[in-house]
Write a protein that binds this ligand. Structure first.
Ligand code: 26Q
Length: 815
């Protein structure tokens, strides 16, 4: 936000122009006259990167080795674009814009050339990216550790309403933000067998004769904090074949075999698993999990050993955060490295491990909890399965010491699930191996204590703690909504750029009509921009004066996009039945990807598309209702949609959305939430006040009870003529005349089982929506509520979240 930063802006630097020109010539290899947008983008990114590097090296230099580091282990970092984020956080937007303008280049045009770094599926990966930014902002020394996927999350194409996945080849034009570190590499081993050798002192040494060795090579990306205060490292590992192996095969004359082996090894970092909830359970996924976990642990242990005689004080110098169970094999691998490779006694290694690791849980849905077949783990990680068995034995034995244990309790808390084949349960493994275990919203954490982890919670009552998610306001307000940011700075002062809680200063002006008009004018411009984007991507023309009703997130039955679509179809019918009523004009905006193998989710996208075909082409509802499904939802598209949303749809079945973070982004930009009492919606209601949010539907305990009633769906349908008729229409092909049976299965599922309680919540949702229609007709009231949302969501800054992690979980000082 160039003007927003006001007096803090440094004077334009004539060197920036020269730096860009030099990069264009000597790094890109192009002359000014031949340079195209992409060349300018790379040249500018490299010039900016030089400024980053200064601060990066400075951050590392002034962080003494004694300082405690945070290590954030995550299989996903959903970063999006880095160019504008970096320029904005360095506070040089004006300078760069001016330098480019002097060269006849528009900054906003070239920033759009950058591909998204989409190394994540959704909320969990984006949270990791927000956390990296806040860690740097709060001057906390930290490494993010993950995988440098050659292919990020697939690009979504919608062809006749059906999702197609296209490989996301984000590195094909190079990546100016990363530094390859060929010297920083570790061997990661797989397979083989374990030999046990007796030692003279009566102990047993375990020698792992692995079958396969993979090299993990580091690629570092600088993570710049707000005002460039600190720059941390995101270290992503790429898999390389170990050359000697290849050479050996080559020399044997097996050239094809050698190349095939190389392919198999390097496949580990080839592609992100595109599933956001249901574990894939495949060998490649396990190899990915172990690959990056092992390399990261080796890296931090090496750094520790350079300064300390042993590992006894590791917990004083490092705190590891496991982002879900994806890196949970760290419990066994850290034990293996300490015990087998560094000769630490088991008990001491266990003390170190359980004082260093922490685990964040992001889901309670049973089908989403990771487990691995024992047989697979024996084959891929033979030493780790031994270690897990021993951890499990000692864990169960310690229970026995504390009193009698029943077969039931053992079944509940054992690390091995014996109920459907023998499987290692990664959640309990992470729990046992961690100092702190956290949920991501107050409700979710309470449910962790009461449901999936109830027995472990009873054994370790101080371990579970809540850390409600947050979002970085730099990306989701200052960068995504510069006009609103400018207005906020004028209204409450420039401290709002540094302190999210300063937004509360807005309370003074919510009643000021002049201010409100300016707020509405900013929103109007944002909506015009989104309307253009919708037209460009879908051909649908929408009126920026209409209520923009937005549901943007991964497509999943528990998130209930189909509830929204049923309401859309019912509203369409109601408008057609009473065309002369004073309907609130609405645009229903959807975006989101379905996991490639999730058939029902893909059908829900098709339903949105088919509804849009009928509704958008019906002159009877023109100007009152339109539907748009925007293809290829990603971070960059979110940055366009969120500042233009009037209504934020957060309608998951209560108890199933761990937190949500899109809900926070939308409220921050002035959208009013319609939502269930789920995840962080509960805390948004507490913050903004119940009169400024629309809550409807069953609560989590009610939902649980309702699901147990076998005929709940048929009763809900019988009680609601509106629901019955919309189900009939969709189920019988009213929106799919080319294939009338297309949605029969979807509707049949709702009639018969409806595990996500769509039918049960339909009437409450309909009424809540009609209340919002009314509210839209009272603009002073609508915009007052909208402004109060902006004023009261400062608490959802990821700076607050990271402060809480730092104080309670990591015990590191905050700058
Ligand atoms: C696991 C095994 C194999 C393949 C894929 C996966 C996998 C990948 C991603 C499982 C889950 C995910 C992602 C989960 C996720 O994004 N959860 C969301 O996390 C957010 C941040 O805490 C919450 O706000 C959301 O509520 C939660 O759904």
């Amino acid at each position: 936000p160039e003007a927003a930063a006001g007096a803090a802006q440094p004077r334009p630097d004539p060197d920036m122009r020269e730096a860009i020109l030099a990069k264009l010539r000597f790094a890109v290899g192009r002359d000014v006259s031949a340079a195209r947008d992409h060349d300018w983008y790379v040249a500018t990114a490299l010039a900016v990167r030089d400024r980053v590097v200064e601060r990066w090296l400075d951050s590392i230099a002034r962080t003494g080795p004694e300082k405690k580091h945070v290590y954030y282990f995550s299989l996903e970092f959903l970063i999006g674009r880095l160019f504008f984020d970096t320029v904005s956080n360095l506070n040089i937007v004006g300078e760069v814009r001016q330098a480019l303008a002097g060269l006849g280049v528009d900054l906003d045009r070239i920033r759009a050339v950058e591909p998204d770094a989409a190394l994540g599926n959704g909320g969990l990966g984006r949270l990791a990216a927000c956390f990296m930014e806040s860690l740097a902002t709060l001057d906390i020394p930290a490494f993010g550790y993950g995988i440098r996927y050659d292919y990020g999350l697939f690009r979504q194409a919608i062809v006749d309403g059906w999702q197609h996945e296209i490989p996301e080849d984000w590195l094909s034009f190079g990546n100016p933000w990363e530094f390859e570190r060929p010297d920083i590499k570790y061997l990661v081993r797989f397979g083989g067998s374990v030999e046990m050798v007796g030692r003279p002192d009566g102990t047993i040494q375990h020698i792992w004769h692995s079958a396969e060795t993979v090299v993990a090579v580091a690629f570092d990306t600088p993570m710049v904090g707000w005002r460039g205060r600190r720059v941390n490292t995101l270290r992503l590992w790429s898999a390389r074949a170990a050359d000697p192996l290849v050479l050996e095969a080559f020399n044997r004359g097996d050239h094809v075999g050698a190349v095939a082996d190389r392919m198999r090894v390097e496949a580990i970092s080839r592609v992100l698993y595109p599933s956001d909830a249901t574990p894939a359970g495949q060998e490649l996924r396990l190899r990915q999990e172990f690959f990056f976990t092992s390399a990261s642990l080796q890296d931090l242990l090496r750094r520790h050993r350079e300064r300390h005689p042993d590992f006894s004080n590791l917990p004083d110098h490092g705190a590891i955060q496991l982002n879900d169970t994806h890196p949970a094999i760290a419990v066994a691998e850290l034990m293996r490295l300490l015990v087998d490779e560094h000769n630490v006694r088991w008990d001491e290694a266990w003390r170190i491990t359980t004082a260093t690791l922490n685990y964040t849980n992001h889901t309670l849905m049973p089908e989403a909890l990771e487990t691995w077949p024992v047989e697979l783990m024996e084959r891929v990680l033979p030493r780790h399965i031994q270690i897990i068995y021993l951890i499990n034995f000692l864990h169960l034995e310690s229970l026995a010491k504390n009193g009698e244990i029943s077969a039931d309790l053992v079944r509940q808390v054992s690390l091995i699930d014996e109920s459907h084949g023998r499987r290692v349960r990664m959640g309990p493994l992470a729990f046992i191996g961690s100092r702190r275990v956290n949920g991501v919203s107050a409700l979710h954490t309470e449910l962790m204590r009461k449901t999936v982890f109830s027995d472990l919670h009873a054994l370790y009552p101080d371990r579970i703690t809540n850390k409600t998610n947050g979002i970085t306001f730099r990306r989701w307000l200052l960068e995504a909504n510069p006009d609103l940011t400018r207005l906020l700075v004028e209204a409450v002062g420039p401290q709002v750029l540094d302190d999210a809680e300063a937004l509360s200063g807005l309370e003074r002006v919510v009643g000021d009509p002049a201010f409100r008009d300016r707020f509405v004018a900013v929103r109007r411009r944002n909506k015009e921009r989104l309307a253009q984007e919708i037209a460009a991507r879908t051909g649908v023309k929408v009126d920026p004066a209409a209520l923009f009703d937005v549901q943007i997130k991964r497509i999943h039955e528990y998130k209930r996009q189909h509830l929204n679509l049923l309401e859309t179809a019912a509203l369409y019918a109601a408008i057609k039945a009473e065309p002369n009523r004073d309907w609130t004009p609405r645009v229903k905006i959807f975006a989101g990807k379905a996991a490639s193998s999730y058939v029902v989710a893909k059908l829900i996208i098709k339903l949105a598309y088919d509804l849009a075909q009928v509704i958008n082409n019906d002159p009877d509802v023109r100007g009152r209702l339109a539907v748009a499904f925007l293809p290829n939802y990603n971070v960059s598209l979110a940055e366009i949609i969120i500042p233009a949303a009037d209504l934020s749809e957060q309608i998951s079945t209560a108890g199933l959305e761990a937190s949500g973070t899109g809900n926070m982004k939308l409220a921050l930009n002035g959208a009013i939430t319609i939502g269930t009492l789920d995840g962080a919606n509960v805390e948004i209601r507490e913050q903004v006040g119940p009169e400024n949010i629309t809550i409807f539907g069953l609560t989590a305990p009610e939902a649980l009870a309702r699901k147990a009633e076998p005929d709940h769906a048929s009763r809900a349908i019988a009680a609601s003529p509106r629901l019955a008729s919309v189900l009939d229409a969709i189920g019988s092909g009213a929106f799919s005349p080319d294939d009338p049976g297309r949605f029969a299965g979807l509707v049949g599922g709702l009639r018969d089982h409806d595990p996500f309680l769509v039918t049960d919540d339909f009437d409450a949702y309909w009424e809540a929506q009609r209340g919002l229609d009314e509210l839209w007709h009272r603009p002073e009231e609508w915009w007052r509520k909208s402004l109060l949302n902006v004023a009261r969501v400062g608490w959802f800054s990821s700076d607050r979240t990271i402060r809480e992690y730092a104080e309670e979980i990591w015990r590191v000082p905050v700058g």
